[in-house]
Design a binder for this molecule. Sequence first.
Ligand code: GEK
Ligand code: PPY
Length: 242
Amino acid sequence: MSQQKDQLFRQLTATPGSFTFDHRVASVFEDMISRSVPGYQQILQMLPTLTRQFTQSDANYYDLGCSLGAGLLAMAEGLKGSSATLIGVDNSAAMLAQADNNISHLDKFTVRLEQQNIQDCQFERAAMILMNFTLQFIPIEHRTTLLERLYQSLLPGGALVLSEKIKFDDVGTSAALTNIHHQYKFDQGYSELEISQKRDAIENVLIPETLDTHLDRLNQAGFAIATPWVQNLQFVSILAIK
Ligand SMILES: Nc1ncnc2c1ncn2[C@@H]1O[C@H](C[S@+](CC[C@H]([NH3+])C(=O)[O-])CC(=O)[O-])[C@@H](O)[C@H]1O
Ligand SMILES: O=C(O)C(=O)Cc1ccccc1
């Protein structure tokens, strides 16, 4: 990946809610997400194992909001030797242009990238669906319908891996974890100005919900099992099984 260091928020330019997945974000995204989301690498590291566990024959493996393709690469690693179709969906052309480059060596599998809003996609015969920090960008009122459609598209025993930034009802808990997260970003080399500008830019763009809201929605959608399997501060990954 020809990625650069994320310095997008060094200048005083960000306006509230201005964050978009344009070419500037795409060109630094790997660095941005690694230094902003504690536990991101930990989730990716375990994905081959999860994928291996949920492999089924003649099935599809989706990465929704695939960005640069990190989830597709991790799932492909778990699928070694099996016949499978990997499908990455993202609505950002800038992200997909780089993803295309990053996945070009995966010639053992059928791999497809689709530039689409995931709300408009058809899904079928899914053994595994990954939504690694993507649902948080979908308007709340559309999340239930989307998860119900994902559930319908999964094969019996299929898995949804849903990673999200979550919020907390308790003010004290929320403040404590937010402060540690800011300290984490500071320790990763972001300045106070960068941290506060990024916070403003993603306000009302990234809309977190509580863990209970996510688990309730998954149960409502029909999932037999829905459980967090990784949590690092306010970043949680849920495993839901049909
Ligand atoms: N409606 C939508 N339709 C399609 N794509 C969307 C939509 N909304 C947002 N996106 C896309 O979802 C991705 C979210 S980033 C995922 C990281 C990746 N999963 C990773 O594991 O590296 C997470 C983050 O930035 O916090 C971006 O590439 C958007 O273009
Ligand atoms: O940077 C943050 O504070 C986040 O919450 C995570 C994030 C990571 C990448 C894009 C948008 C949000």
